[in-house]
Design a protein around this ligand. Structure first.
Ligand code: COA
Length: 437
């Protein structure tokens, strides 16, 4: 049993390594509502936050305090007034909110400092930075109701936050903003998280929710939701999905809705293929594009296992770096899941290094790359596409390629053929745009 656990552990670690690389150096905003902070699982959330920090992810934590403020108001015998989901913040309520938020901030700072004891090796100290990062304005009077010291965000000081993140601090933001005249405004914490994430824009915005994401009408968890596919019926006023939607509209590419009561939900969401909750994406989750220098690591990670098995020809890192502009990739959440390259071969082009990560096969990714390579070959006025393959002959013949003998290659092209691998050779005339199905 112990053995199996070790194997599972090793496999989990291997599977998560592409995500570790993809997330490094990225900026994530995490929204922790008051209920999450009180939950017994909060200790584990703190440990996982520290783990993300140790992996080089830049973190901005935005905390809420709604239930703690409700309780403090009750204890102080102060009436709480709400208009819908919005609290009306009188000067008395503001005083309570300030002291409750101050206490929560210290609690989180203490938990992060305490958590260092059990944190991954390498973390000796964690610096948490809070400050007057938010400029606010009053909501004012709506439908005859004065919201007093309840406000909206006017501006996020991204520069000051960025300086702290670059200095490896975790930035902790309370949902209070300040007007230029020094007045304090109480702001909905999910709104703060949304505005802060949009102001950068952050690479991810994570909402810790009561539920583990959004469910379909049959009660099944929806793993991914694209912005355009969100139904009005799924949106609850001031619910996390409504904020995730706003954030996506304001340029945050990915928002995640995960359960705060579930141990490990954050890690599962960020480091596994299916995640633990619902990911809301701004645009198509996957992008097909020309490779850039920063993709070299991801391409190597994808093709090395295939090179080790002898399926693909070995390409040293320096070669890929030098030839990166010949590659096309499909990236998914920063991870390269599919790639292909086009090399000149006289008047023809060699389609090479076509690969899809095993977890993402059979989703037409290679087909899409073939189309992109064909379009590139057309623009370069190549006559034919040439492919050398040891294992995927049928894949190419099913797409109009025909096997030819090595002798049909021009002498200059034969020079490029690697006899040792004994690959089969296939060609297809470059399809013109008008010919494409
Ligand atoms: C070949 C490869 C790139 C296909 O990637 P993919 O993204 O899964 O491809 P697509 O989704 O576009 O196509 C999948 C279809 O091809 C079929 N297919 C996959 N590999 C195949 C193979 N070796 N021979 C025949 N058919 C194959 C699948 O069964 C599937 O068929 P279906 O749609 O009828 O179910 C992928 O299997 C791979 O990385 N293989 C190892 C590297 C390699 O051999 N590269 C080619 C040499 S350059």
């Amino acid at each position: 049993m112990k053995k199996i656990n070790h194997i599972q552990h090793a496999q989990w670690f291997r599977d998560s390594s592409p995500y570790i690389n993809a997330h490094q150096g990225k900026t994530f905003v995490l929204h922790l509502p008051g209920k999450a902070i009180e939950h017994e699982n909060f200790r584990n959330i703190i440990k996982d936050i520290l783990l993300l920090h140790s992996l080089g992810i830049k973190l901005i934590l935005v905390h809420g305090a709604a239930i703690q403020i409700d309780r403090a108001l009750e204890q102080a015998n102060i009436q709480n007034h709400q208009q819908g989901h919005i609290r009306i913040t009188s000067i008395e309520v503001l005083g309570i909110a300030e002291s409750v938020m101050g206490r929560i901030r210290f609690e989180i700072e203490a938990a992060l400092s305490r958590g260092v004891v059990n944190a991954p090796a390498g973390i000796k100290d964690v610096f948490v930075c809070s400050g007057n990062f938010l400029k606010a304005k009053p909501i004012g009077i709506l439908d005859g109701i004065d919201f007093l010291h309840t406000g909206h965000i006017r501006k996020v000081n991204t520069e000051a936050i960025q300086q702290q993140l670059d200095a490896r601090a975790i930035v902790l933001i309370s949902p209070l903003g300040f007007s230029p005249s020094g007045e304090v405004f109480n702001i909905n914490s999910a709104e703060v998280a949304t505005e802060v994430a949009s102001a950068f824009p952050a690479d991810k915005l994570v909402f810790f929710c009561k539920e583990h994401g959004i469910q379909d009408p049959k009660g099944q968890l929806i793993n991914e939701l694209q912005l355009d596919d969100i139904l009005d019926s799924q949106i609850e006023d001031h619910g996390p999905l409504s904020f995730a939607r706003q954030a996506c509209i304001k340029n945050v590419d990915r928002c995640h809705l995960i359960g705060y009561g579930e141990d490990g939900a954050l890690l599962e969401e960020l480091f596994t293929r299916d995640g633990s909750g619902t990911q809301v994406t701004r645009n198509s989750y996957e992008q097909i594009r020309k490779a850039e220098a920063t993709d070299v690591g991801g391409i190597i990670e994808l093709i090395r296992p295939l090179e080790d098995e002898g399926i693909l020809k070995r390409r040293p890192r320096e070669l890929i770096e030098a030839e990166i502009e010949r590659f096309f990739v499909i990236s998914r959440d920063g991870m390269i899941v599919s790639c292909a390259a086009l090399y000149p071969m006289g008047q023809d082009g060699e389609l090479a290094c076509l690969a899809t990560h095993p977890d993402y096969r059979n989703g037409n990714r290679a087909e899409r790359l073939l189309n992109a390579i064909n379009a590139e070959a057309e623009s370069l006025a190549y006559n034919k596409l040439i492919v050398l393959t040891t294992q995927s002959a049928h894949w190419f013949t099913e797409r109009g390629f025909e096997e030819v003998s090595i002798s049909t290659l021009l002498e200059s092209q034969q020079f490029l053929y690697n006899f040792q691998r004994n690959s089969k050779l296939f060609t297809r005339v470059v399809k013109k745009s008008a010919q494409k199905e």
